[in-house]
Design a protein around this ligand. Structure first.
Ligand code: BDR
Ligand code: CA
Length: 310
């Protein structure tokens, strides 16, 4: 099977880690580079976690580049309450022996996109700051990116505020820049990720796997599951696995083409993603496939099997 080159940009928290490990197990994806961005945790932790998660997955040969330490215009907001102070629910992974890359994420993304000459796809698991800065610095970059698939936003609702999802809320200006780039986009927002949960029995099953992926899942997801339990939910939501599985197995998902804008000025609506899905008044630019549904059972079965056979 031919592998498609993908670049993963991550604010390496608990579900980002699971998403990275999942990507390494998929035989039609070739993860050619990873960049770290601030978000769930500050950049130094996000960068360290990305390196160590790749080492756990036996792929420390994949280079990891450090990116933005803060959003484009706003002060950084983090989510240690969901991901733990170190971003991995308190799990201390062995340090990756890989050499530390000094090239900045935006320069590395541009270099790689040129190298793949229009074939590279970007998968964004956190705030969109690194790619927005890359587009600002290298305007021709949009011609070299085949597609961007990301976790973020929502057609309806939010988790940071009543209308804003975390990845967009942290850096709404960067997200708006991505939407306006003209690059084809697949948006895996809360509309789909909250449907792609693992239930109690599925969590127990994964926790019973006595391999490095199973043990990492058991230990790293504890803080997030406690966070959800306090809200009466006995589930785990692997948000960031959605764009990875979409990239590898799009048939599991359903979506609709839309135009999307991000609110960057609102007092109450800051960071809201506004789609034209439910109105006759369409936006001028309609370059986004908004994913709205997933075959939850198949999604869960595939994720479970990938972890079991790791
Ligand atoms: C998103 O926010 C982060 O906390 C998760 O890693 C995910 O990318 C969910 O809103
Ligand atoms: Ca994330």
């Amino acid at each position: 099977m031919s592998r498609r080159p993908v670049w993963i940009d991550t604010d390496t928290g608990v579900d980002d880690a699971l998403a990275l490990l999942t990507a390494l197990r998929l035989d039609n994806l070739d993860v050619v580079g990873v960049s770290a961005v601030c978000g769930n945790v500050p950049l130094d932790k996000s960068y360290r976690n990305a390196r160590n998660v790749l080492f756990l997955g036996g792929r420390e040969d994949i280079p990891v580049y450090p990116g933005a330490e803060k959003p484009m215009l706003l002060p950084l907001q983090t989510a240690e309450n969901v991901h733990g102070v170190n971003g991995l629910g308190g799990v201390e992974l062995p340090e990756s022996p890989a050499p530390r890359e000094t090239t900045k994420a935006w320069d590395a993304i541009y270099r790689c996109a040129k190298q793949y000459d229009g074939e590279l796809e970007l998968i964004l698991l956190g705030p969109k700051t690194n790619v927005a800065l890359a587009l600002a610095r290298y305007p021709s970059l949009s011609e070299y990116i085949k597609r961007i698939v990301f976790m973020g936003g929502a057609n309806i609702g939010g988790n940071s505020t009543a209308v804003a999802e975390f990845n967009i809320y942290v850096d709404p200006h960067a997200a708006e820049l991505i939407f306006r780039s003209g690059i084809p986009i697949v948006m895996c927002g809360l509309d789909v990720t909250e449907k792609a949960y693992l239930n109690h029995d599925e969590i127990q099953r994964i926790q019973s796997f006595d391999n490095p992926y199973g043990r990492f899942f058991r230990n790293s997801t504890k803080v997030t599951r406690e966070f959800l339990a306090r809200r009466g939910k006995d589930i785990f939501i692997p948000h960031d696995v959605c764009p990875i599985l979409y990239e590898a197995m799009p048939n599991l998902f359903e979506g609709q083409i839309a135009g999307v804008h991000v609110e960057t000025r609102g007092k109450i609506t800051m960071g809201q993603t506004i789609t034209d899905l439910y109105t006759d008044k369409k936006f001028e630019q309609r370059n986004v496939l908004v994913i709205t549904n997933v075959d939850r059972q198949k999604f869960a079965n595939i994720l479970i099997a990938l972890i079991e056979n790791a």
